[in-house]
Design a binder for this molecule. Sequence first.
Ligand SMILES: [Zn+2]
Length: 274
Amino acid sequence: MPEGDTIFRAARTLHRALAGKPVTSFESAFPALARIHDDAPLTGRTIDCVSAAGKHLLKSFSGGLVLRTHMRMNGRWHIYRPGERWQRSRVEMRIVLSTADFQAVGFNITVAEFFKERELQRHEELRQLGPDLLSGDFDAGEALRRMRARGDTAVADALLNQRVMAGIGNVYKSEVLFICRINPFALVEALDEPQLESLIASARRILLANVTEGLAAMTTYTGFRRTTRSDDPKNRLWVYGRARLPCRRCATPIAVRKQGKDARLTYWCPKCQA
Ligand SMILES: [Zn+2]
């Protein structure tokens, strides 16, 4: 599952490549999207803005139309120059949005819909998102309140809950808990206020750090991929993906266990996060 920073960077890259440009063609494997394109063609509309809302990617077009996509586990957006060879098979293609200069291709996107800009405020899933950790007006107090409202939830699951805070995925979940030395299975109600505040602050700090690194203007797939992969994550992370390897602080073997209703892997140090 992509983390919020991945979506944020994807949105920024897509925005740089596409914003302000008219759509020259649109194609989708989703019948509902193709149907709307037939009724109210995208071709000729200008792409006003590409933005991230939690893990949702929003593309706004002139005329007040918004395309929302969610990548779930395997979805990806790639950017190509016209005629450039795709890095994934055509059968994985779900959406192709072209301008004169670029082709944005959504592969294995599982959720996609058009809606009217004026319906944005009422959009059920977007409305329920918690404070966005990457937003300029992130409301830490509201995030804290929403954490507290889930007192009987294991803290790792609360961090993943996009209705509490939007942006944390499974990697940063484990990382943030390690950094704050909090056991992933502790119930939220067992944590005091400074602990919850430190989790929220660390989550925001890590996500921001991963989107503010100097990224050159990205034009082709190669550049785009650099934003979504981490340089050898095994060396860059504290605990995630490091089962049985020695803790970087205390050398205790890192533990791993499935957690929560979706059985997501949680990594932690049994000593640092007792
Ligand atoms: Zn340790």
